[in-house]
Design a protein around this ligand. Structure first.
Ligand SMILES: Nc1ncnc2c1ncn2[C@@H]1O[C@H](COP(=O)(O)OP(=O)(O)OP(=O)(O)O)[C@@H](O)[C@H]1O
Ligand SMILES: [Mg+2]
Length: 363
């Protein structure tokens, strides 16, 4: 068990291919912490640096206040589950699980009881005599996890361990992992490119993009208060709508002006204000739809509808803009019909158009 601190961690491959720039992170003891970002953003590199499989270009890494970045992997006592979990194909599940303990020359009886304990936790006792090719993807996944678990490491590093599973199994394994974490109570750093997985799995999430940690917080804070447009674009599905607008003050009130006719009032308290050009961000579930004309509603045209069973997405054309709104499953609008819409005023995001920084205060 350990807390992990990264200070100004930078990684450059070769001469000038910088992948990570001044990364600062504090991962708490026993925490389930997720790093999420698009493919190629440096997630595996960051885990490899923590594990000691890659050298830092600069910066420091600490486990429990002790500097570890000069230590070889074996001395750091981490267990890693790799993106492409490789089980030994000719060994049985039992032998795969036992292998890390055999290297450490544990006595036979101890190995047996350890493997049994971990197999019990992961519910794979019945599979111990099988070879990997006789297992389903999800079962192999568990064996790979089990192999990392047998020796009770200080830190678990999990690199997209669910990426080889089909969508249904992945969702199932998420809750399994969460439960597992609460049982073994060890620091876990989990890496994924899937934002929904990150949000549902972890206590805190760090968004890695453009070489930097863009935001690090509880999932609900990241979802409701993205600090910049990069985070707002990455988190949430479908993606947040962005419209260009301008903040204006009129008769003591503040408004976002989309065009000369279309204005929407803003509550002053929610933002760190400035006058000027912004991106107005609104999630599809925060667009209010109305099929009849009503005061305070904007008028657009339905471009297409996407019924999903439990809800329907409505794509709206509004002047030069396109907007995705979430409607109930019984929504009956059709393409080319007029549609009227407004916004949940507490769910409006504003981003500085030059810097992309959010103007919204985090309460
Ligand atoms: N050993 C290496 N030498 C040179 N460049 C590398 C090396 N390893 C990784 N890179 C580059 O660093 C960047 C980050 O790679 P990394 O594997 O960390 O990304 P990732 O976020 O894990 O991506 P994915 O989601 O696809 O697994 C990529 O552009 C990759 O090409
Ligand atoms: Mg990777």
């Amino acid at each position: 068990m350990a807390d992990i601190i990264l200070k100004e961690v930078t990684k450059t491959f070769g001469k000038d291919s910088q992948v990570l720039e001044n990364i600062n992170l504090e991962i708490k003891n026993k925490e389930l912490f997720t790093i999420v970002g698009p493919s190629g953003c440096g997630k595996s590199t960051l885990l490899n640096l923590i594990a000691g499989l890659e050298d830092l270009s600069s910066g420091e890494i600490y486990f429990d206040q002790k500097r570890v970045d000069h230590l070889p992997p074996a001395k750091r006592d981490v267990a890693m589950v790799f993106q492409s979990y490789a089980l030994y194909p000719h060994k049985t599940v039992f032998e795969n699980l036992a292998f890390p303990l055999m290297i450490k020359k544990y006595p036979k009886e101890k190995i047996k009881s350890k493997v049994k304990e971990v197999a019990g936790l992961l519910e794979i006792e019945a599979l111990l005599r099988r070879k990997p090719k006789q297992l389903s993807g999800g079962q192999r996944q568990r064996v790979a996890l089990g192999r990392a678990m047998v020796r009770k490491p200080r830190v678990f590093l999990l690199d997209e361990p669910l990426s080889n599973l089909d969508a249904k199994l992945r969702v199932y394994m998420r809750s399994e992992l969460k439960r597992l974490h609460s049982e073994i109570k060890t620091t876990m750093v989990y890496v994924t490119h899937d934002q929904a997985e990150a949000m549902s799995l972890s206590e805190r999430v760090a968004i890695l993009h453009h070489k930097k940690i863009q935001q690090c917080d509880k999932p609900e804070i990241i979802y409701n208060y993205p600090q910049n447009k990069v985070v707002a674009e990455f988190v949430g599905s479908p993606q947040m709508n962005f419209l260009e607008g301008e903040i204006v003050e009129k008769e003591g009130g503040f408004f976002i002006k989309f065009n000369p006719e279309d204005w929407f009032p803003l509550s002053k308290e929610a933002y760190n204000f400035f006058d000027g050009e912004v991106f107005f961000g609104i999630r599809s579930e925060d667009v209010i739809l109305n099929q009849k004309e009503e005061k305070g509603f904007f008028k657009g045209e339905i471009f297409a509808t996407e019924p999903l069973g439990d809800r329907t997405y409505v794509d709206i054309i509004w002047g030069d803009n396109k907007l995705k709104a979430q409607a109930r499953s019984d929504f009956r609008g059709k393409a080319d019909e007029f549609i009227y819409f407004s916004f949940e005023s507490e769910k409006i995001h504003l981003f500085d158009r030059k810097t992309g920084e959010s103007l919204r205060k985090i309460p």
